[in-house]
Write a protein that binds this ligand. Structure first.
Ligand code: GLA
Length: 389
């Protein structure tokens, strides 16, 4: 059965008739390089994936909201209403779509009616491939389609981020929602988060594949550590600003940073800021290398990104380090690094076609032996942004 039929079936089973209901899709994302730069006014280089979240939505005649997820059948139908757009742990995953509905209201776009919504995601759970941003952009896309709100895809990204920041209290940057809302098949998005200017870069990996390795580590303290890194960078920037004019860490090149880094009053904050500055420059260089057809140079910059995230930003951990360091040992691996927020989640590697099987076998075996549980591997395709199916 196709995924479209799976979600339609679930809709009929839970909510009765699916006449008038429509099916939608929004992708997940993987970031190729430019990590923890998006809230520092730097560049990122993510792409949308062909896996993501499917949704069936039907407009109601009243103000009720009913939600069901094929991924969490034990939670059953979760009911709410347009009068109840308030974050609540008991609302579980529905806090993501509800956050977006709330955010539309905050922007002056009140929903005129409630809806029934069934979701199914084929992004591995908690993998760091942005299942929550995928749900947010999907919800925004559905609201626009059902109620005719006048918003662009870029607005959908900003509304999703606003919902995540204000409703779900995760202080994330714009990368995930932007990559998902603006995704383009076989292209990555070179985005300058300082002003949201962007450019699509074709990803033509002749003879190589993008392989994601999911650590299966629970991302326990990820959100609080994420917010901690963010404030460390903000503090370091304020210290640098006593010496040099810069709106963000992304404004600085390596030399200027080295010249004024004495102004930062702690080694930890100096390392955090150093990562943000160097990673931004690496991202710009990586895209230049790719444009020049130099995939090997791109891969080396991915490796350097991981080292910096491990040693200076300290967001990797033994699980992600094992996946990456084992990957580096396999011949035919062009580059490998952690991707996303870190503290668990996954790695992204560019692997030559003929080495993919060996990569999965060797890295998988070494990971299991060292960590005690298995990693999962996915050979992924770069897909388009959200759509109605
Ligand atoms: C998470 C956040 C993004 C970005 C990355 C790190 O995915 O949602 O905004 O900060 O971490 O690059």
């Amino acid at each position: 059965m196709s995924i479209k039929n799976v979600v339609l079936d679930a809709f009929e089973k839970e909510f009765g008739d699916s006449v008038g209901a429509k099916v939608y899709f929004a992708p997940g994302r993987v970031n190729l390089i430019g990590e923890h730069t998006d809230y520092n006014g730097g560049h990122v280089f993510p792409c949308a994936l062909s896996i993501g979240t499917y949704g069936v939505a039907g407009r109601r005649d009243d103000r009720k909201l009913r939600f069901y997820s094929v991924n969490f059948p034990h939670l059953g139908v979760i009911e709410s209403s347009l009068e109840d757009l308030v974050p609540d742990p008991k609302a579980d995953w529905t806090n993501y779509p509800k956050g977006v509905m709330w955010a539309f209201g905050q922007k002056g776009m009140e929903m005129p009616a409630g809806l029934d919504l069934v979701l199914y995601g084929n992004i591995p759970n908690g993998s760091g491939l942005s299942s929550s941003a995928s749900v947010e952009v999907l919800t925004g896309f559905i609201l626009r389609d059902l109620f005719g709100f006048d918003v662009t895809n870029q607005d959908l990204a900003l509304i999703g981020q606003f919902a995540e920041n204000q409703y779900n209290k995760v202080n994330c940057g714009i990368m995930d929602q932007f990559a998902i809302a603006m995704g383009k098949k076989d292209h990555a998005i070179f985005l300058d988060t300082a002003d949201l200017s962007y450019e699509y870069a074709p990803i033509k990996l002749e003879g190589a594949k993008i392989v994601i390795a999911c650590s299966n580590k629970k991302r326990g303290l990820a959100d609080s550590k994420y917010n901690e890194r963010r404030s460390e960078c903000e503090e370091a920037l304020a210290e640098l600003q006593t010496q040099v004019a810069a709106k963000s860490l992304g404004d600085l090149d390596e030399e200027t940073f080295e010249k004024y880094s004495f102004a930062i009053g702690s080694d930890i904050r100096r390392k955090r800021a150093k990562h943000a500055v160097y990673e931004n420059r690496r991202t710009v260089r990586a895209v230049e290398a790719l444009k020049a057809g130099d995939v090997a140079a791109f891969g080396k910059l991915m490796n350097a990104s991981h080292v910096s995230l491990r040693d200076d930003y300290e967001v990797t951990g033994v699980e992600l380090d094992t996946l990456v360091e084992e990957a580096w040992k396999v011949e035919g691996v062009i580059g490998s690094r952690m991707t996303g927020a870190g503290f668990g989640g996954c790695t992204v590697s560019i692997v030559k076609d003929e080495a993919v099987d060996e990569f999965i076998a060797k890295v998988g075996e070494a990971y299991l032996a060292k960590i005690g549980y298995a990693a999962d591997f996915y050979v992924v395709e770069i897909g388009d942004g959200p759509c109605a199916l």
